[in-house]
Ligand binder design. Sequence first.
Ligand code: G3I
Length: 464
Amino acid sequence: MRNFRTRGAVALAGAAAIAVVVSLASTAEAGTTLGASAAESGRYFGTAVANYKLSDATYSGILDREFNMITPENEMKWDATEPSQGSFNYSSADAIVAHANAHNQRMRGHALAWYSQQPPWAQGMEGTALRNAMVNHITNVATHYKGKIYAWDVVNEAFADGGGGGRRDSNLQRTGNDWIEVAFKTARAADPGAKLCYNDYNTDGVNAKSTGVYNMVKDFKARGVPIDCVGFQSHINSGSPLPSDYQANLQRFADLGVDVQITELDIQGSGTAQANSYATVVKSCLAVARCTGITVWGIRDSDSWRSGDTPLLFDNNGNKKAAYTSALNALNSGGTSSPPPVSTSPSVSVSPSVSVSPSVSTSPSSPGGGTGNGCTATTSVNQWPGGFVVTVRVTAGAAAINGWTVGLTLPSGATVTSSWNVTRSGNSWSNVSYNGHVNAGQYTEFGIQGTGTAGTLTPTCAGS
Ligand code: G3I
């Protein structure tokens, strides 16, 4: 087993305090798609995608019109990516990533370590051999996708159902209780720019299972184990109904200092009842500042793993359901708060002997644009050895703006590998269709990921 150490790790929670804090989401004009409407409060709206369906024009048409985050439904799982030990196959997952890159969509990675969907060779392993195989798997997959993943489900479904609030028995659990934190440290070392999430089901309300997860996250935060987010699958059905304390449960996790995300949403039912439940889930996310996005587990009802429950937003023919309209209206009703400006990466631990700590800094711009249509840009930089994420916040001045361009020059040696919610022309970064309008005093955000060192940035902003 490899030895992981956290010497020198630095908590960055305080960094958020030096960022410019604007508590209200932009109340820009109502968006007409799920992704655009979610983006108005700095959030995303995603879906699970199966690679073999991308050639279906109806499927990909809806995908590219409505969604700006993609989770591979099965293609990044252990059985798919490492079918025989040490031999990696990324072809299906790479095809999804290529699709996302071509359509300005981001990726959630799913899932690095899970008791289920292990390849047969791993299913038969135990002890140190399995632990080493898990570490090797995470290192390889997270390295292959380094810089391309917004958030990884590092560990999936590790807690038991029922009243105990303890861990699920599995071959991974039997390698030692520390397998989860080892998985997170391994993922951080491989891709320091990705948010690292724990993901589970039946944790959507306050119950014994979710409290078990809550206690683990609290412990990880206290000990500097790198965890950035918790995913709530939210498979809602008659046996697992929408809990009345759904929002309160999201909030209690957010209060631990992690982002929360709704990661596999589907709701059994039809008509008004289903539509109302979708609205409740969406509004719950919007009401929690650190709820950064929602992903539904498929596009059409016929794409669902539970197609008989008709649990999704589009019918079998790709038509919008009442649930779609309800979810969109809820997104457009606006959040009371939006996600925080700083990507928090509390610590980076590199095995076996090097520990590094990313730093986050913020810098404001001088106001750009003329009187009445000005804006300011501020940057938050999450820097780690060899790479960075810059989050740029564009805040409108005394009047609303209908478009903006940020001037931002990165130092020589820094190379942009991806960006989101923005269109780039050299050192000019301009709004895309859905985030140009920003009301007076409100803001929108875009992101840049790159290799090298971002340094001290001095953005300018011009509104129109
Ligand atoms: O691709 C093969 C096909 O060639 C074969 O003929 C067929 C025979 O059964 O199987 C096909 O693979 C199936 C695969 O889905 C693709 O459709 C697998 O058997 C089946 O097990 C697999 O199910 C996936 C399930 O995870 C596995 O646990 C579902 O698609 C997927 O939606 C589901 O997703 C999970 C999340 O990862 C974690 N949270 C719960 C969620 C729902 O179960």
